[in-house]
Ligand binder design. Structure first.
Ligand code: ZN
Ligand code: ZN
Length: 487
């Protein structure tokens, strides 16, 4: 918030300029420079930017009792403490009228949407195109949320997406819930956020207009409008100021802050678990639909945060309605095929963990290979039965066999493959899985051709294998179960 009125920077920051090789005059980048007056700030970003910056850029010292008063960011801190104070003290003096209460809730959604549909999904992520009237509406509504100018906000947010969970993320969730919620605004930034281009916004007439009139707009939309509407329409100036102004602003602030804190802390990771963003209905409820943050960080250009119709995403509904009214167009949607791949990957990961926690039968690589004669000899000493190329020791199962001990006894020292697979009884999948756990050896010569599949217990027919566990890590086609199991 303190940077709100700073003029926009048009040249790369010195740390990038110093690292960049000079451009050849004929390069494409140079053409871009000529054709466009605003050069993307990261056009010459070095390949080792993140590592290099984290290593070489100076950080402000850690905050402790000895220096905290020197490190406070006074503008933001004043806004974030005076507003709730006005709300709480004001509530003792202004009785709450129901019309003012309803208007405060309504204005909470208007200014909140200015942030979620405007600052966030339109300007930070370009997830749809807005007509001029809608852009002006969102710019004004967003200013009423008193969260800095569009350009400052988007610059930070783009850095947040680009450097998530690193120290170049201005509100990195790895510093804890309090830091990502409010701490990063209360104290001076410990280091500069990572570079993120906002040159597209520098060209926007609406963004420039908001930047220019930011102070009158913030006073007008933050406190003027919410005081005047209840005042002029039903005579409740004080209530308007306290409830629709200060108290509503407090809620909008913490609603947005929850996207940085709660949405990186609470919930599931149905699309990817590489970083901290998470999906949770509760976060969605307190953030006007920004709570499906795991999806959002995976597919930031998508105008939706919630992809299911029953999930709470009023920002998405608002953009859809605007599109129906002809006020918004080119709503971006990530290909469903790719979205589902992310979901499948996470489901497989979970299943793989379950798979790894179960005991599995030994396969032919782990077992001794014996001849038919050796099998016959050994089965005189203990109850061994051959099924599908494997020798099984059924001693512990003799009295548990549902068909009776005699059916096992009669097959000791014999090949019971046919009898097991339907000849006498078509055994259940569970029986096959259990039998495989009793393997003690492999028969030399194994299984007659064409019946290899019988050697695979049902529980292993769809087993999950990592690419480096398959026969060729570069194979694009999945290896069959037989190959995976038998080598
Ligand atoms: Zn985030
Ligand atoms: Zn975002």
């Amino acid at each position: 918030m303190s940077d709100v009125l700073k003029p926009s920077r048009k040249t790369p920051p010195p740390e990038i300029a110093a690292l960049s090789p000079p451009l050849s005059p004929k390069s494409e980048k140079a053409d871009l420079k000529k054709s466009d007056d605003v050069v993307p700030i990261d056009i010459n970003i070095p390949d080792n930017y993140v590592q290099h910056t984290l290593k070489t850029q100076k950080e402000l010292p850690p905050i402790g009792w000895h220096n905290w008063w020197k490190e406070i960011s006074w503008v933001s801190t004043t806004v974030l403490t005076v507003t709730p104070t006005i709300a709480i003290v004001g509530a003792f003096y202004a009785s709450l009228q129901w019309k003012t209460a309803l208007f405060a809730v309504f204005y909470y959604f208007v200014t909140g949407l200015g942030i979620t549909a405007g600052y966030h999904r339109l300007w930070s992520h370009r997830s749809y195109n807005a007509s001029k009237p809608l852009e002006y509406f969102l710019a004004m509504a967003g200013t009423g949320a008193v969260q800095g100018s569009i350009k400052w906000w988007c610059r930070g947010h783009r850095a947040h997406h680009r450097y998530t969970d690193t120290d170049l993320d201005p509100y990195g969730a790895h510093h804890g819930l309090l830091w990502s919620h409010i701490g990063w605004m209360i104290v001076k930034p410990r280091r500069k956020p990572g570079v993120a281009d906002v040159s597209d916004l520098s060209k926007s007439a609406v963004v420039k207009w908001q930047h220019r009139f930011y102070l009158p707009l913030i006073i007008g939309m933050g406190f003027g409008v919410p005081t005047l509407i209840p005042g002029l329409l039903w005579g409740d100036y004080l209530g308007g100021f306290v409830y629709a102004g200060a108290m509503r602003l407090c809620f909008v602030h913490h609603s947005t802050f929850c996207v940085n804190s709660l949405a990186h802390y609470l919930g599931e990771t149905p699309f990817d678990d590489k970083h901290t963003p998470r999906d949770h209905m509760v976060t969605a409820f307190v953030t006007i639909g920004e709570g499906y943050h795991n999806f959002h960080h995976q597919f930031p250009m998508d105008y939706r945060n919630a992809i299911k119709w029953y999930q709470y995403d009023p920002t998405k509904w608002f953009i859809s309605v605007c599109s129906m009214l002809g006020l918004a167009s080119h709503l971006k949607v990530f290909p469903d095929n790719e979205v589902r791949k992310g979901q499948l990957t996470m489901q497989l990961k979970k299943l793989r963990r379950t798979q790894d926690n179960l005991l599995w039968p030994s396969d032919s690589n782990d077992l001794p290979i014996i001849s038919w004669e050796e099998y016959l000899k050994e089965s005189e000493k203990r109850p061994l039965i051959a099924v599908a190329g494997f020798i099984h020791d059924v001693a512990s199962f003799m009295d548990e066999h549902p068909g009776g001990r005699h059916l096992l006894a009669k097959n000791i020292g014999r090949d019971a493959t046919t009898a097991f697979f339907g000849g006498v009884y078509d055994h259940s999948n569970a029986a096959h899985n259990l039998l495989a756990m009793k393997r003690v050896a492999v028969l030399r010569g194994g299984q007659p051709h064409g019946t290899e599949e019988l050697a695979i217990p049902p529980s292993q027919k769809l087993r999950i294998a990592r690419y480096n566990e398959m026969s060729s890590p570069y194979s694009s086609t999945a290896v069959s179960d037989t190959e995976t199991l038998l080598g």
